[in-house]
Design a protein around this ligand. Structure first.
Ligand SMILES: *Cc1c(COP(=O)(O)O)cnc(C)c1O
Length: 401
């Protein structure tokens, strides 16, 4: 027998795995099914008691006084900016290394997104870049907790307070994260979470906005369902509970109780699922420690990482292939992978609208060229992690530089 590297699956060799391992798969337990069935049989399947309860429990977990469960994080971010009165003529500073949702919502309220670069270690919004981008028109900062690592929210919050502007945190990745013992959700004026299918807590589609501010909470709630003020009837003795008044042109961002029931089941299992993510990450870290071609995520001191994603950076200087090829090879070995994110300044719409282009944000540009998100989800086994690392090593062995 020869001991040379095994043939790559892309060239006809045997894949590392016999079956495909996706980069993410939701973990749905018996409890979610039980609660969904109960919601279906309750006679009330749109927004109701389950949705209200989900908002309450997310707020409790996130250390905030109010929680509004809605149908997406995108909706939650849009409601946050609308409730703060951000609009035409205003600027909102956000990270270019993010999902397009947080920039689109700035456009939806008629404000101008101002993109800035990220910090090289965390790929979170860089407070020094924010400081340079501040103008008299800046109305809000929109930091993104990349992969589940909280931004430097003390520095970002300090900049905001000094200027009387607000912080809306995109914590789509970061439910359960904390900074110096303070939970994500207690660190910004409004924090948005996502319960999309791939996130670390899911309702299929869903999200939540949390805040300590009574007026902002009430405003977001009003705007989340057409701007209908359902308490109006209480002011008139001669009308009933059918009465409402529209006090603002609101949106349709409410969540269904059927989906909220999934979230309530997920919350009961949340700490266990997060513990599982941490164990899998520890295994990845130890197995990849001897692989200098792969740079692992490095959480800062005092951070509890939510580990929504496990994104690595390829040391391209040591490899004779690029990232696209690397992911293609992984796919052939039956390992799913993804890229988080294609920076906002590389998308045609924002290049035209904001006058930005490739090369404008060196940290994000560099991170993007190297980025590979490896599989991470609670139902993965240690064996799955070993398969991923075996495939990574196999591919690296074929592309030495
Ligand atoms: C997933 C995601 C969103 C949007 O979440 P939805 O619930 O799908 O609207 C927003 N921001 C970031 C960074 C995300 O990854």
């Amino acid at each position: 027998m020869t001991s040379g590297p095994e043939t790559l699956a892309l060239r006809g060799g045997t894949p590392v795995r016999a079956t495909f391992l996706p980069f993410s798969r939701p973990s749905i337990g018996a409890r979610e099914k039980e609660l969904v069935l109960a919601a279906l049989e309750s006679g009330w399947i749109t927004t109701g008691p389950q949705t209200v309860e989900l908002g309450r429990r997310v707020a409790a977990l996130a250390g905030a006084r109010h929680g509004l469960a809605v149908n997406s994080a995108t909706g939650a971010l849009h409601l946050a900016l609308a409730a703060l009165g951000v609009g035409p003529g205003d600027e909102v500073i956000t990270s270019t290394y993010t999902f397009v949702a947080c920039v689109n919502v700035i456009e939806h309220v008629g404000a101008r997104p101002v993109l800035v670069d990220v910090e090289p270690d965390t790929l979170c919004l860089d407070p020094r870049a924010v400081e340079r981008a501040l103008t008299a028109k800046t109305r809000a900062l929109l930091p993104v907790d990349y992969a589940g690592h909280p931004c430097d929210l003390d520095a970002i919050g300090g900049l905001a307070r000094a200027r009387g502007i607000r912080v809306v945190e995109d914590a789509a990745h970061a439910l359960g994260a904390s900074l110096g013992g303070r939970p994500v959700g207690s660190l910004s004026d409004i924090t948005a979470f996502s319960f999309y299918a791939t996130k670390n807590l899911t309702t299929g589609e869903g999200g939540a906005a949390v805040t300590d501010d009574d007026a902002l909470a009430a405003r977001m709630s009003l705007l989340s369902l057409h701007g209908m003020d359902r308490d109006a009837w209480k002011r008139y003795s001669d009308t009933g509970s059918w009465y409402y008044e529209v006090t603002a042109p609101g949106f349709k961002y409410n969540l269904s109780d059927v989906l909220a029931a999934i979230g309530l089941g997920q919350l009961e299992r949340f700490e266990g699922m997060q513990q599982r993510r941490r164990e899998l990450v520890a295994l990845y870290d130890s197995l990849l420690a001897g692989v200098p071609e792969v740079r692992r995520p490095q959480p800062r001191a005092g951070v509890v990482h939510a580990w929504h994603l496990y994104p690595v950076a390829l040391e391209l200087e040591r490899l004779a292939c690029d990232r696209a090829r690397f992911i293609q090879e992984l796919r052939a070995e039956n390992i799913g992978a993804s890229v988080h994110f294609i920076p906002i300044h590389l998308h045609p719409y924002f290049q035209d609208r904001l006058g930005v282009r490739a090369g404008d944000f060196p940290v994000a540009d560099d991170a993007y060229r190297r980025a590979v998100t490896l599989p991470l989800f609670p139902d993965m086994t240690p064996r799955d992690v070993e398969d991923v690392v075996a495939a990574v090593r196999k591919i690296i062995g074929h592309f030495p530089r």
